[in-house]
Ligand binder design. Structure first.
Ligand code: CA
Ligand code: ZN
Length: 298
């Protein structure tokens, strides 16, 4: 099986990045990634320093997907995420939504034992590995730092980007140029202190051109189809994800505008992915069971 090693990294999503791997549609392959600190925080003595900003959020790739052409939608199916036996978290001064309540610059190495992350004495959390950064090259020659989320994907920190899920991304350049990293052993909605359980790992996945049309970025799992958007403020995020879900129900499912709105109000879930990256990210989730009933999907 083709395996992309964790040294093949980029720090920008860009059409100018040379592909480091080519894959065919539906071919299963592996991508290894360093943790979001590029492995630079190895013990409690390692502090996060300003110069480390240049190497945060390395994304492994990009991967050229054969047959993916501009205008297509890329479907990335996450089969498995294996993580290292320890995660790292750093709290730094002024960072995150809890900055005013915490002590500055503390690095902790958290062991993972039998599927649980040991956070501190008495606090063991079951791991639920997920991918924080996953995206494609933006169009129009734009370059976006891997730490920033957007319409191309990127640092969305959506905890449902996990084994069994499919991620839908726009194809802005031929081959899509997919890259990913920033694996978390576990993370809660919001990622309030800036980091999840940051961990090195290996993703097993396959990619194809989606046979369905839908607004992107989107994530699908057994239970939910969700639309994601990122913006400076949560108000704007909210409007963007609601527009995407409404557009989907009208244009792709065929509901009338008011029926779509009522449906969203009754069974949709508006939730936060993260509030700590350069842009914030929200998701609007529609239950798959209902979509199946009204004829979308399989
Ligand atoms: Ca992240
Ligand atoms: Zn992270």
């Amino acid at each position: 099986m083709k395996t992309l090693t964790m040294d093949k990294v980029c720090y920008k999503m860009s059409a100018a990045n040379e592909p480091v791997l080519r894959v065919a549609a539906n071919e299963t392959f592996r991508v290894r990634s360093q943790d979001c600190y590029s492995g630079n925080l190895r013990s409690a003595d390692d502090k996060f320093t300003k110069d480390m900003w240049n190497t945060v959020n390395p994304a492994t790739g990009p991967v050229f997907v054969e047959g993916a052409a501009v205008g297509d939608i890329l479907k990335v199916e996450i089969q498995k995420i294996d993580v290292a036996d320890h995660a790292v978290m750093n709290l730094s001064e002024g960072m995150g939504a809890l900055a005013h309540r915490i002590g500055a610059n503390e690095t902790v190495i958290l062991p993972i034992r039998d599927g649980e992350l040991i956070v501190c004495e008495g606090v063991w959390v079951p791991i639920r590995p997920m991918i924080g950064v996953i995206g494609v090259a933006p169009g129009g020659g734009e370059e976006i730092l891997t730490g920033t989320p957007g319409e191309h994907g990127g640092n969305m920190d959506c905890k449902q980007i996990a084994p069994g899920a499919a991620v839908y991304l726009p194809v802005n350049v031929n081959g899509a140029l997919l890259a990913m990293g920033d694996i978390h052993a576990v993370m809660g909605d919001g990622e309030v202190c800036v980091c999840g359980a940051e961990v090195a790992g290996e993703v097993t996945l396959s990619v194809s051109v989606a046979s369905v049309k839908l607004p992107t970025p989107a994530v699908e799992n057994d239970e939910w189809l969700m639309f994601l958007a990122s913006a400076k403020g949560l108000d704007e995020c909210e409007r963007m994800v609601l527009d995407k879900a409404h557009q989907f129900l009208c244009d792709n499912v065929g509901l009338g505008a008011n029926d779509a709105a009522r449906t969203m109000s009754l069974v949709g879930e508006l939730r936060i992915c993260q509030v700590v990256d350069p842009l914030k990210t929200m998701k609007f989730m529609l239950p798959k069971a209902l979509l199946k009933d009204i004829g979308w999907g399989n």
